[in-house]
Design a protein around this ligand. Structure first.
Ligand SMILES: Nc1ncnc2c1ncn2[C@@H]1O[C@H](COP(=O)(O)OP(=O)(O)OP(=O)(O)O)[C@@H](O)[C@H]1O
Ligand SMILES: [Mg+2]
Length: 357
């Protein structure tokens, strides 16, 4: 999709900087030819607990430090960056406006925003992308993006503090759609759900072919698993993280821990179900054919199979490198093979086509 919230400047090879609540992930991709990409740099730095709370960067230094470390260790020379926001501070809606010309869109959009956006519109940055006339004509379909200005400034601010230039502030869900399109080159009628399951936010996206249909963010993710393990079993944050990744095995607690993880997966699937229901009730009905999952928490033990069982649909891991090669330095870190799904947003940002869409 590549809709930018902040600037609409054209730029090539921006570095994708994904500031997540658990870690900063960075990717740099070079486009060699049309549909041919090579990964040039890949890096991940965990953030201490409490750095980002409820989507706000509470403590800026660790984030600045993480960005600088990755740029340095990966020897990234380009300093122009694309980043993204998600969660409650951004709203994306596909709306039908009762107008026909581009000029009228600008005028009617403000009114639409007052209808749809639950925050003070003077505090909001607006952007829209015209999809074209509806099949009946005399109406225009538009993707509306409204993001809280303080959130955008917060995000762009840490990037500037790290000595980099924030050129684009995108939306996580669009970055995921981008990475899906490039790697899977979907047929026009294929309807899929893209679930990016992070630490605190789950981005749900519905896409038909390469056309954006719907998106909504849910406030659930890997952090809920960590918290549940902590509360029920007295794990520390670090212990819970290690357990989740299968780095520690606790024979005597294995069963109990498994039950706790499963109960969080059930809550998560229920939230996704509600979002699908909402989508069906507010949008022209689309039959979802397949689900792709990404984000660190998509790797939670048993989650993929549970989603498959719940939704009775094929559920696959979204591979951000399916159609992207890697040079030696990018391969060397081991991240390319071992933690690919964690990088879906960062790669989606780094893939932004130079042409504005
Ligand atoms: N192998 C694994 N098994 C289970 N959970 C995992 C695994 N690897 C990572 N996670 C969890 O994934 C989450 C991190 O994922 P990700 O990097 O996508 O989130 P984020 O971008 O930092 O967060 P957000 O976008 O929600 O703010 C953490 O909660 C982490 O515990
Ligand atoms: Mg994330």
């Amino acid at each position: 999709m590549g809709l930018s919230v902040l600037f609409r400047r054209k730029a090539e090879n921006l570095v994708g900087v994904d500031i997540g609540s658990s870690a900063v992930k960075i990717a740099q991709v070079k486009q060699k030819r049309r549909n041919s990409y090579q990964l040039e740099a890949l890096g991940l730095q965990p953030l201490p607990e409490g750095t980002i709370v409820d989507g706000l960067i509470v403590s800026k230094d660790p984030v600045v430090d993480a960005i600088q470390r990755i740029f340095k260790s990966q020897n990234i020379q380009q300093d122009q960056v694309a980043t993204a926001i998600s969660g409650q501070s951004v709203i994306v809606k596909r709306v039908t406006l009762p107008v026909e010309s581009d000029k009228e869109i600008g005028e009617s959009i403000q009114w639409e925003v007052e209808q749809y956006i639950p925050f003070d519109t003077s505090q909001v940055n607006l952007d829209y992308h015209t999809l074209g006339p509806t099949s009946e004509g005399n109406q225009t379909e538009v993707i509306l993006v409204a993001a809280r200005r303080d959130k955008i400034e917060d995000q762009a601010g840490v990037i500037s503090m790290a000595g980099k230039t924030p050129m684009v502030v995108d939306v996580d869900a669009f970055a995921i759609q981008n990475v899906y399109e490039v790697n899977y080159q979907p047929e026009p009628e294929t309807v899929v759900a893209l679930l990016n399951i992070g630490a605190s936010v789950l981005n749900v996206g519905i896409v038909r072919g390469t056309e954006f249909v719907f998106t909504r963010d849910i406030g659930i993710g890997g952090y809920q698993y960590t918290e549940a393990l902590r509360k029920e079993l007295g794990f520390s944050y670090e212990e819970a993280e290690k357990y989740k990744r299968g780095e520690v095995f606790l024979d005597e607690l294995k069963e109990t821990a498994g039950t706790i993880v499963q109960s969080v997966s059930e809550i998560l699937a229920l939230e996704v179900q509600k979002t699908f229901d909402y989508f069906r009730s507010t949008t022209r009905y689309e039959n979802i054919q397949r689900i792709y999952i990404s984000g660190g928490a998509s790797q939670t033990e048993g989650l993929r199979a549970y989603l498959e069982e719940t939704f009775q649909l094929p559920v696959e891991f979204l591979d951000p490198f399916k159609h992207i090669g890697a040079d030696e330095s990018a391969l060397a870190s081991g991240l390319f093979n071992e933690r690919a799904t964690d990088f879906a947003v960062a790669v989606g940002l780094a893939l932004r086509a130079p042409k504005d869409r």
